[in-house]
Design a protein around this ligand. Structure first.
Ligand SMILES: [Zn+2]
Length: 209
């Protein structure tokens, strides 16, 4: 059986249906970025530290809210159900206060941590502006210019059901078939999924799905 992967293709700041979120304070607190132990390259954005406060663009809230932060914020409905599954890759759900037009909303939302793993991708589908790879993180000092599909070199070594890869970074959230099936079965809102092998990204021409 070949394992298929999927990516979340929602635009971060599209609120035609559901709200997007932005840090309430422009100067929100940050911690460290993760670094590769071998090559020293930065593998993540700076960690967002409490308080977790977000302004939402409208009152229609999906189970997933994307925006100015890495990853997403999720509803209590999603968190409670997810925690009953054996799915791997989301941890550390931290409560977020949501504001709309300066008013604190009563809805409970959480900011989970998404695993960052070094699942190597097939470089046949990647074009670089600068290519300087690393054996540990695959990324090294490389700068990607184009992605023409995300295909993993050794998918059977991947244990997580949702993750970022060090090679591509935190703008692309990857999901396993199991996670996709679960999400579809539960019908969570504000999720647009795409076959990872068909995912395209171009640094010069933003692609909307
Ligand atoms: Zn490295």
């Amino acid at each position: 059986m070949t394992m298929e992967y999927h990516v979340i293709a929602n635009s971060l700041f599209d609120d035609s249906e559901f709200a997007y979120g932005e840090h309430r304070e422009a100067s929100y607190k940050t911690g460290e970025a993760k670094k590769c132990q071998s090559c020293g390259a930065f593998l993540s954005m700076l960690e967002w530290l409490p308080p977790f406060e977000v302004n939402v663009s409208k009152k229609e809230l999906g189970d997933f809210i994307y925006g100015s932060y890495v990853g997403f914020i999720v509803s209590k409905n999603f968190k409670d159900k997810f925690e009953q599954t054996g799915l791997k890759g989301l941890t550390n759900f931290r409560k977020v206060d949501l504001y709309h037009k300066r008013k604190l909303l009563s809805e409970e939302y959480y900011y989970p941590e998404i695993s960052l793993i070094s699942a190597f991708v097939d470089l046949k589908y990647i074009e670089f502006d600068e290519k300087d790879l690393c054996d540990t993180c695959q990324k090294g000092k490389s700068i990607i210019s184009k992605i023409d599909g995300i295909v993993f070199e050794t998918p059977d070594k991947i244990n997580e059901d949702i993750f970022f890869t060090t090679s591509i970074g935190q703008s692309t959230i990857v999901l396993s078939d199991n996670f996709r099936d679960y999400l579809e079965k539960e019908g969570f809102t504000n999720l647009k999924l795409l076959d990872a092998a068909k995912f395209k990204w171009d640094s010069l021409n933003p692609i909307e799905y």
